[in-house]
Ligand binder design. Structure first.
Ligand SMILES: C[S@@+](CC[C@H](N)C(=O)[O-])C[C@H]1O[C@@H](n2cnc3c(N)ncnc32)[C@H](O)[C@@H]1O
Length: 414
């Protein structure tokens, strides 16, 4: 992993202006401030509830939260995805506000933040819902299920999984629904589908042909696999859970009240990743239909990305406390041979948009994503992430006459 810290200023008071950052040029490569070691063997196991493309590493989330906030602070993640930043913030004793447009991401975030208190409670609830789901079995008409969904499952496994899903959705059992989606597809026996990949759903019927591996195409017992999943998820349970609010919606219309001490988030990577297509089987299971494509449209991605960032952060900025931070983890995007540096798009937005004028760029950290960690390994897509830290320097207003006050911005926003 290669890392670089450009324009690093020691402390908020020495924050560099966008102009001085531009003038400073690249600094010598330095160690990333977070540990590059893999922490899946030590992380709270709620983090491993289910996969999500574009998920941030827990070590980065942990570092950013510890470095830029204190216990009791309110942290907002408007593009929370699977909830890595919200869960890590909650584990570190911060209050959390989370939002995402993708129902699957919102489900995972709710599941992590509102998990049952103990393994025993989760198992008890699972068994009660399983009994209740029996009544829903006879109503499962697989002819109403799209053929591409049916292709992944033995019909009896699918009927039982759908009956349980219907019961859990009716009871808003976020954690147990997330467990069900977490074991929905994989090539391992502890999962519900025929052999397939775990992250993006593709059948592996060539590698595991049914005539050679007939046992992988038999009916699978849903309850015992769910119980095993619950036990795995509570291997390292959370020590504490903080008050939190999780919303599903477009970040451009996020309604906040009061202030937040930090916004820590990784926005969509200019549609390098397709969150609906790549999560399609879990999304279909969750909603029994696929949501409309709600990511940034494929055409004019750069313009759309700029507009999304400007509207979202102009809306959020008035709610960031004085000396609070906006920390963005952004990916570099590639278009054929051309590499689009989304961090410079954001840096220039923050230096030009009036509503963001009170934020100064304080730190820039580059982190190269090794091919092994990328969801697409064909050397396309995001190869480098950049962390941008902007600090609210509203108290420097005297030095910057004409800058709108937070109150004025809040009023113009409403
Ligand atoms: C890079 S991912 C975030 C990953 C997250 N940090 C995690 O660890 O799972 C970006 C997220 O932005 C969401 N998104 C895209 N457009 C959005 C919008 N207009 N409003 C809210 N969320 C949006 C996507 O659904 C996706 O979950």
């Amino acid at each position: 992993m290669v890392a670089r810290i450009d324009g690093h200023a020691a402390g908020a008071g020495a924050a560099a202006s966008p102009a001085s950052i531009r003038a400073s040029g690249p600094a010598q490569p330095e160690q990333v401030p977070w540990s590059p070691a893999c922490t899946t063997a030590t992380d709270c196991t709620l983090h491993q509830l289910a996969p999500y493309i574009g998920r941030i590493k827990t070590t980065i989330a942990n570092y950013l939260i510890s470095e830029f906030t204190s216990p009791g602070h309110r942290v907002l993640d408007p593009f929370c995805g699977s909830g890595v930043i919200p869960l890590e913030a909650s584990l570190l004793g911060r209050q959390v506000i989370a939002n995402d447009i993708n129902p699957y991401g919102v489900l995972l975030t709710r599941a992590k933040l509102y998990a049952p208190k103990s393994e025993a409670e989760a198992l008890e609830r699972l068994r009660a819902h399983w009994m209740a789901a029996e009544r829903r079995l006879c109503g499962q008409d697989l002819r109403t299920v799209p053929r591409w969904v049916r292709a992944f499952f033995h019909p009896e496994t699918l009927r039982h999984a759908l009956a349980l899903r219907d019961e859990l959705v009716a009871r808003s059992e976020w954690f147990l629904i997330a467990c069900l989606l977490g074991i929905l597809h994989h090539q391992r026996p502890g999962f519900l589908s025929f052999p397939s990949s775990h992250l993006v759903p593709y059948l592996r019927d060539k590698l595991f042909a049914s005539d050679k591996f007939p046992e992988l195409y038999e009916e699978r017992d849903v309850l015992s696999r769910m119980e095993a999943k619950v036990r795995r998820t509570y291997r390292r349970p959370p020590a504490c859970q903080m008050p939190s609010a999780v919303f599903q919606g477009d970040s451009r219309r996020l309604r906040l009240s009061g202030t937040v001490d930090a916004v820590i988030t990784s926005p969509p990577y200019m549609n390098e990743l397709d969150y609906v297509r790549d999560n399609r089987l879990r999304l279909w299971f969750l909603e029994r239909k696929l949501p409309r494509q709600r990511d940034i449209p494929k055409r004019d991605r750069e313009v759309q990305f700029r507009a999304l960032m400007r509207t979202t952060f102009a809306r959020i900025a008035p709610h960031v406390s004085n000396r609070g931070v906006i920390v963005l983890v952004v990916g570099e995007a590639s278009r054929g041979e051309r590499v689009i540096d989304s961090s410079s798009i954001i840096t220039s937005l923050f230096s030009r948009v009036d509503a963001l004028a009170m934020f100064r760029l304080e730190r820039v950290i580059h982190d190269v994503i090794p091919d092994i960690r990328r969801s697409r390994r064909d050397l396309r897509g995001t190869k480098r992430e950049t962390v941008l830290v902007f600090r609210n320097s509203v108290s420097d207003q005297v030095a910057r006459p004409g800058m709108p006050t937070r109150q004025a911005l809040r009023e113009s926003e409403s």
